[in-house]
Design a protein. Structure first.
Lengths: 244, 244
DNA sequence: AGAATAGTGTCTGTAAGACATTATGAC
DNA sequence: GTCATAATGTCTTACAGACACTATTCT
């Protein structure tokens, strides 16, 4: 492979990489972990799996797997594939959280982990059949505020995730990724309350949301509530251009 | 290496990783790139080096290098070492920006890059002797708003960096990392103006800063200005607890 | 005095917080 | 009717923006 080029002045760049020693440096293993979160029953929940292989056999961990070079997948594609394998959900966006590379974070060998997160609508999850992956014996949706001691540095990852969600929820469309196409004001407010971890006052919340986002009333009403006045169904149209 | 443990109930976890096949998965190369930024002459500038080896020989790029497994360095330690090698500056904090792992971002082989950034005080840089690293023939401080076509995906990295700096400057101590221990109101305002890319009104700026940070007057005055009234020297004491 | 930069005071409009009130369904 | 939740109105206070003004140095 010789990709030598000429510059505008005609100098040859001689960008020959054909005889580059690809093994000049020892390489680390690279994994992609994905934190799958949802808002359900007034809690921010994370999908955890119980490891059935060493290391940390029997401990809870976030789903993840090795980057498979022969598949020629980008990091994001790998995260999307893992999300689909775990939850059956596809077509949802994933976001990169942080990359963890401490020397002894895996007892086997040097492993760099690129952590991603995905926000999913809990009603979609319930319609799917969560299948524990090959290396997992069980799965569990855990309240992010109440997770046990996890495998690897996954407690740190979840802690970083919580901070990131709190920071992003007020200046991105993050909250809407937890909701179905059509939702109510109360559902939207619950997402914000759960992520920000505090109660909000409804009229102020609506005023602020209407200033930040384009929200449309569908004209439909929520169906068969057990009690109280039925609510209007809304649709998210986009983020208002107030960040420029 | 057998790190088998017993649980509280006495079950053996058999966490034996001694016969794990460390080469079960093909590994990518991992590099750490560092964007070294400073505010100088009213501009946000980035330290770029000219590559003297393929690929992209002769192109400008951010400093970086392969993660060296035998050195047992964390990603952050690697970034700090590269910062010191390039600028002679040590003891300054580095921040992780993002991890780039597209399949063909390096023509040689699959390379994952963890990008970091460091904000340095331009007066310290000027006192040091910038030495171009082994694989660089030249270096240059470039205005981030005016960089040429760079090697690899480094234009994307700098673009992401600019967004990150703009987002972080108003809710972290980021701005002070560009300044010496003692600084003036005008210097601080210039840092904000350059990062936010717009003019600010001095009295409003000071009011806001005093609400966000603990700022102390040193009692000293700036020395030998060429013209105008001398200014008070300030010191940064910390971020006020208004984010809770 | 005049130029240049540092630093302060104050007015105004907008947005946030708190809370009172009304509306609409089920029983 | 009562209960429960949805939805709206309004008052007060805090803050952001704009700008006028004063202060201190050098020439």
């Amino acid at each position: 492979m010789n990709i030598s080029k000429k510059t505008a002045e005609g100098h040859e760049l001689l960008d020959d990489v054909s005889n580059y020693d690809k093994d000049a440096y020892e390489k680390p293993s690279v994994t992609v972990d994905i934190c799958i979160c949802t808002v359900d029953e007034g809690e921010l929940k994370i999908l955890m799996i119980k490891r059935k292989n060493p290391p940390f056999r029997g401990k809870w961990a976030s789903p993840g797997g090795f980057l498979e070079i022969p598949k020629k997948e980008s990091l994001e594609k790998t995260a999307l594939r893992e999300l689909k394998e775990e939850t059956g959900v596809k077509g949802i966006s994933v976001h990169q959280l942080y990359t963890y590379g401490d020397v002894n974070r895996d007892p086997r060998m040097r492993v760099i982990t690129v952590a991603y997160y995905a926000c999913v609508d809990s009603s979609v999850i319930k319609a799917q059949n969560i299948k524990a992956a090959d290396d997992a014996s069980e799965y569990c949706w855990m309240n992010i505020k109440d997770v046990p001691k996890l495998a690897f540095d996954h407690n740190k990852i979840l802690s970083d995730l919580y901070v990131r969600l709190q920071g992003r929820v007020t200046y991105s469309d993050l909250a809407f990724q937890f909701l179905p196409e059509e939702f109510t004001w109360t559902e939207l407010q619950t997402v914000f309350e759960v992520i920000l971890d505090r109660k909000l006052i409804a009229p102020n919340f609506r005023r602020k949301i209407l200033g930040l986002y384009d929200i449309e009333e569908t004209g439909k009403m929520s169906e068969a509530p057990t009690k109280g006045r039925p609510s209007k169904l809304l649709r998210f149209k986009g983020v208002k251009d107030v960040f420029s």
